[in-house]
Design a binder for this molecule. Sequence first.
Ligand code: FES
Length: 272
Amino acid sequence: MSIHTSPVPDRRTSVVPMVSWQSAWSTERILVLLALGIFLIYGTFRAFENNLYDTTRVTTAFANGVVPHYLSPFYSPPIQNWFSLPFGLSAALFLLIFPGSFRFTCYFCRRTYYRAIFGTPPACAAREVLQRSRYTGEREFPWTLQNLHRYTLYFILIFVAFHWIHLFEALRFKDATGATRFGIGVGTLVFGLDTLFLSLYVFSCHSFRHLIGGVLDRFSASPLRHRLWVGVSHLNERHGLYFWLSLITVGLADFYVRSVCAGWITDLHVLF
Ligand code: FES
């Protein structure tokens, strides 16, 4: 009788069997490349387009004479209403620098593109696949610039506040007589999703968690901050999910406004 035994992994040469995670890694890589690529191309196109971002600026009449107050999140805060921008440049070209740098330096996003695009490191305790470079962490330039994340957080909190303002504005409609009415449209719901997921994404941020309670030496001296920190820590467990949901819904909100402004779709709404 022969006895079969499983081969014992050689600990000197292999930490994790490569075949076990490589196919999953390839699938994730393709999905991430697709999602980030589509968003980057669409966002760049919209930033340069400089048009069809505000339903109150549309000159062609809406089908039933009712004008919603929808402003694309790519053009918020509405600096185009406050200043005249040099050379007629698009406001979104300036504005997208802030959410763009915030997302690009996000801990979750970094992990995602290090793994999916650079392949270095591909995963925890896994050998490098592409072997293009030696992973050194973020101790060297330009990766030290990732530390900007904690500062971009302050700017993005302003953006979140404006998303809430625009959500409340999306409850106002100008009817055919020119009177302002309270109402709810499909656009209001789209803005609601965008604002909700952006808030969850920002308030689950690792830097925000540190700001709320991580800087304290003793929680016992600040029970309120401790409670907030516990709440933020719970949100933080799903930070990656909120990253993707907020990315999708912010793109969707802009696309919805563009579609209404272009006359591709009619905004369905009820007025009270
Ligand atoms: Fe992801 Fe701060 S860590 S937004």
